[in-house]
Design a protein around this ligand. Structure first.
Ligand code: UDP
Ligand code: MG
Length: 317
């Protein structure tokens, strides 16, 4: 196998404090890999500015004018980190590359692990997923919710490794396959793990954020999780029918007991607490199930409209 032309894609949202040193460090990695004859000379970095409101884009333009190995595009507005990564994958597919690595702009992921990614690629793997050794840098809340999310996804059959992030390498073959999936809300972690590519794993250390604050908040993480689940699995919908069936069965049994009590023992049911608890429980359950179905209706609504996943404002190639 020939040594690959590598592209590194970096989603960025308000990362003016990080992006300069991120570019420098990633260029060092590229240089190192070129020197050791592991990648081609025209390997490059591709930034996706996800509608930043700070100086991020200016810095990218500046970097590009000094070094053509730094390329990038800018969204007209913020579309979220998943869309930015998808845009990056689609852009480097057009520009051309043999494999592509996605990494965060704050370089929390150890950038030197890219060498191991490329080694795995050379061994013939189409997807190489980065697995973080720990989550020490995350808050307790984020650790718990992330664990809950991955456990749920895996229960639903997604099989995503628990400490996987969007730090991964994919081959151009995997990009070709991805292009055949037209859905708007592609959940990359589920997708690349599930399509059936030959996959390898590489462990890496997580560092604290270089500068600035996390660009995710409770709402955006919830959206990511809900999108992940509803774009990926219809098991929750089935669960609604199963719960409904089970509840009907329970109420049938309770009704039967009440009738038996009345007919054979002449005991009437007059505990108002019971009815209050039951009515609260069932109305809550119904609202929950409705909400769950609503999430899917929303997902269908967005897919049916078939709007573009993102809109590019400008590109530097
Ligand atoms: N990001 C993005 N769009 C967003 C939010 C985040 O492109 O709407 C980028 C961000 O710039 C970073 C990556 O996604 O490169 C991961 O974000 P962050 O480091 O803030 O998340 P955390 O590490 O806290 O999970
Ligand atoms: Mg981060």
């Amino acid at each position: 196998m020939n040594i690959p032309r590598l592209a590194i894609i970096v989603p960025c949202y308000n990362e003016e404090l990080c992006i300069m040193s991120t570019a420098t460090r990633l260029l060092q990695v590229l240089e190192h890999l070129v020197k050791h004859n592991k990648i081609k000379r025209d390997s490059y970095i591709y930034f996706i500015d996800d509608g930043s409101k700070d100086r991020t884009w200016d810095i990218i333009e500046d970097l590009h004018s000094k070094n053509r190995l730094v390329k990038g595009q800018r969204f007209v507005k913020n579309f979220g980190n998943q869309k930015a990564i998808i845009a990056g994958l689609e852009a480097v597919k057009k520009i051309g590359c043999d494999c592509v690595v996605s990494i965060d702009a704050d370089l929390q992921q150890d950038e030197w692990a890219i060498e191991k990614f490329v080694d795995k690629y050379m061994q013939g793997f189409d997807v190489v997923s980065g697995i973080r050794n720990n989550r020490k840098t995350d808050s307790f809340f984020k650790r718990i919710t992330a664990l809950m999310f991955y456990k749920t996804m895996n229960l639903l059959g997604a099989n995503i490794p628990v400490n996987h992030s969007d730090y991964r390498l994919v081959s151009s073959h995997a990009l070709d396959v991805m292009a055949q999936f037209n859905e708007r809300a592609l959940f990359l972690r589920g997708f690349f793990n599930d399509v059936g590519f030959k996959t390898a794993y590489v462990n890496f250390d997580v560092k604290p954020r270089m500068a600035g604050k996390s660009k995710f908040n409770f709402m955006s993480l919830t959206t990511l999780a809900l999108n992940g689940i509803t774009s990926y699995s219809i098991v929750p919908l089935r669960l609604v029918s199963v719960i409904g069936f089970f509840m009907t069965f329970v109420s049938f049994v309770v009704g039967l007991i009440a009738i038996i009590n009345k007919v054979f023992y002449n005991q009437a049911q007059h505990d108002w607490m019971t009815s209050l608890i039951l009515s609260c429980f069932f109305s809550g359950l119904q609202l929950f199930c409705l909400g769950m179905i609503g999430e899917y209706v929303g997902q269908i609504y967005r897919e049916v409209k078939g709007r573009p996943r993102y809109i590019i404002d400008r590109e530097l190639k």
